[in-house]
Design a protein around this ligand. Structure first.
Ligand SMILES: NC(=O)c1ccc[n+]([C@@H]2O[C@H](COP(=O)([O-])OP(=O)(O)OC[C@H]3O[C@@H](n4cnc5c(N)ncnc54)[C@H](O)[C@@H]3O)[C@@H](O)[C@H]2O)c1
Length: 377
């Protein structure tokens, strides 16, 4: 993904690298099982074009396994993923047969917490002006990245319910913000901007109302921004940011925010750039194995119909290659997506007539035709 002014080199620290990579594949539930095979096809084509080796190992973690065996994330899973794999490619988790969503929380939140995937990187890039719901906006206007804190906040599952089901019921959900957690995500956002020569970093919180938790964000932001004098940094309250993203998205290069707000505004961003079917994300631990996934969920309303858009997963896989430092292979995957959008070789959510598999075939064929003579060296 290439937010504006992006030079050739990646803003993300390279993971391991070398000429080969081992990838853990977790298709998960619903359309995850349909779109992830397409992302694997595109990855294989990109690796072959660049003369790289890529190995996939599939894991059947998800609703079916949980219903049959009562196992969500098997014991020791995180050690295996951390020690034996270069990256993880995940589809989506969520199944109407499991309304508690426990298996999904165990697997997805479990991996985010246990592998300390503290950066949730969600690029928002409009590839084709036809796909934004905003009037008169072009590809140049919508190009930014959201860094969502991914291991703290309201998602850690601390709290409880008292007197459940009675008129006196009380529900408490704790918002956890640590000095270390806030500092490392804010610093990551500034480092990303510095590496890519991006001009603006915006930190967003709700410190006017959340006067303890987000006071910490304010103080850390004030300290860290001083180390990056070449970057114009500013703060917006999350309500103002949401409004400004719609009113004038051109003003943003890098946005950094907490777990909950990042979750919400990255979906808003996804819509600005053409919808959930197109949006990728990376769950990154700069020093260890990272996880890449489309932003969308398991979409039970279209699961099994073969119409899900595979592009979010293909772009997530491209982010993975960028994370390895495989710049050319990543770029060719992105080029394939741009070409598919241009030539309307897309699924129904984008106005096309292809099914998931034919859309994936088109992308893989496009990639296979490219020559990356210098790659892999
Ligand atoms: N990271 C994840 O695993 C993740 C993320 C979000 C939601 N979920 C889970 O997924 C389940 C469904 O959630 P939801 O319906 O709120 O969100 P969703 O993203 O699954 O679907 C929202 C809407 O977008 C459409 N859509 C999503 N992806 C698409 C694609 N690739 N192509 C075409 N259309 C697409 C769906 O058909 C639906 O109309 C729930 O169980 C939820 O908890 C999981």
């Amino acid at each position: 993904m290439t937010p504006q002014n992006a030079p050739q080199s990646s803003g993300l620290p390279a993971k391991r690298g070398g000429s080969g990579s081992r990838i853990a594949v977790i298709p998960g539930d619903g359309i995850g099982q349909e779109v992830i095979p397409e992302a694997c096809k595109a990855l294989s084509a990109a690796a072959a074009a660049g003369n790289r080796r890529i190995e996939f190992v599939h894991f059947d973690w998800g609703a079916d396994k949980f219903l049959k065996e009562g196992i969500s994330l098997p014991l020791g899973a995180e050690e295996i993923l951390r020690d034996e794999f270069d990256a993880i490619l995940l589809g989506a988790l969520g199944d109407p047969r499991l309304p508690s969503n426990k298996h999904a929380a165990d697997i997805l939140l479990g991996l985010r917490f246990k592998l300390d995937l503290y950066v949730n990187a969600r690029p928002v890039e409009l590839f084709d002006a036809r796909f934004t719901p905003l009037r008169d906006r072009t590809e140049r206007d919508i190009r930014f990245i959201v860094f969502r804190e991914n291991t703290e906040g309201l998602y850690v599952g601390m709290g409880g319910i008292f007197k459940k089901g009675t008129a006196d019921e009380i529900a408490v959900q704790e918002d956890i913000n640590t000095r270390k957690g806030v500092e490392r995500i804010i610093r990551y956002a500034f480092e990303y901007a510095r590496r890519r020569f991006l001009k603006h970093v915006c930190m967003s919180d709700k410190s006017n109302a959340l006067n303890f938790a987000h006071d910490l964000w304010q103080r850390v932001f004030a300290e860290v921004r001083r180390e990056y004098p070449e970057i114009e940094s500013r703060h917006l309250y999350i309500d103002t940011l949401s409004m400004e993203m719609v009113r004038d998205p051109r003003q943003f290069d890098v946005i950094v925010t907490c777990n909950l707000f990042g979750d919400i505004i990255s979906d808003l961003g996804a819509q600005l750039a053409g919808g959930l079917g197109l949006a990728p994300s990376g769950n990154i631990n700069p020093e260890s194995t990272s996880l890449f996934e489309p932003v969308h969920g398991s979409a039970p309303n279209i699961a099994g119909k073969g119409i899900a858009n595979p592009i979010g997963s293909v772009l997530a896989a491209a982010m993975m290659l960028e994370n390895f430092g495989w710049e050319r292979e990543s770029a060719v995957m992105e080029a394939a997506v741009r070409a598919a959008l241009r030539e309307n070789q897309v699924t129904a959510d984008l106005g096309g007539s292809l099914g998931t598999r034919t859309a994936g075939d088109w992308l893989a064929n496009f990639i296979a035709k490219q020559r990356l003579s210098e790659a892999g060296k």
